[in-house]
Design a protein around this ligand. Structure first.
Ligand code: GRF
Length: 193
């Protein structure tokens, strides 16, 4: 099994879903060994406690710069033998420190069909643009904002009657179906390599 660390900033529904998938048989090739968050009040911390996953809040303000902060994150990930890092609502751009350490073993999930609607509010931006389709993308991470190589993406039709909240629920449901599957496939291939 590939040991996966998750990084998040907020709610953590994708984090919880990745953990549950590894426990209920949906995903067999990975286990989530640790959660790292950059916000003291991230609800993901609560979820980790309930799920009994070791979780750490690392405050970027306690460090001189992003590089020093990420070195501490790496120390925690390595202490939990993390081989693959899954970003799940982690709202910071990574510096070369984390990028170089995990390189092709860093994945992110984005709630739009990249390269459409990059950035912080992929769902709201698609909603306001009035498009008839959006989607979900899982991609490698590079120094840009949602610019890394796509691993997998899927389209979602937007019902013209939907409110923003309804679109959000549909996107999150698709994310929860896809992320464990794609992470599992990725880890399976890694094990076979
Ligand atoms: C998800 O929509 C993800 O695509 C984006 O941030 C959101 C995180 O949601 N990067 P949650 O914290 O996993 O509930």
């Amino acid at each position: 099994m590939v040991r996966v660390g998750v990084m998040a900033s907020g709610n953590g529904s994708n984090f919880e879903n990745l953990v549950r998938a590894s426990r209920d048989g949906r995903a067999k090739a990975y286990e989530i060994t640790v959660l790292v968050v950059d916000k003291a009040d991230a609800f993901a911390l609560q979820r980790a406690e309930n799920l009994k996953i070791p979780a750490f809040f690392v405050n970027p303000r306690d460090f001189a710069d992003k590089q020093a902060y990420e070195r501490e994150v790496i120390r925690i990930l390595e202490a939990h033998q993390v081989e693959v890092v899954a970003l799940a609502g982690y709202m910071r751009i990574l510096s070369p420190v984390l990028l170089n350490r995990y390189q092709w073993n860093l994945l992110n999930i984005h709630p739009a069909y990249l390269p459409e609607f990059r950035g912080k509010d992929g769902i709201g931006d698609a909603f306001r643009a009035g498009v008839s389709q959006t989607g979900v993308s899982i991609h490698h991470v590079d120094e840009g904002i949602d610019t890394g190589e796509i691993v997998y993406q899927e389209r979602l039709e937007i019902d013209a009657q939907w409110s923003l909240e309804e679109l959000q629920s549909a996107i999150h449901a698709l994310e929860h179906a896809l992320y464990p599957r794609v992470l599992n496939d990725f880890c399976q291939k890694k094990e076979q390599a």
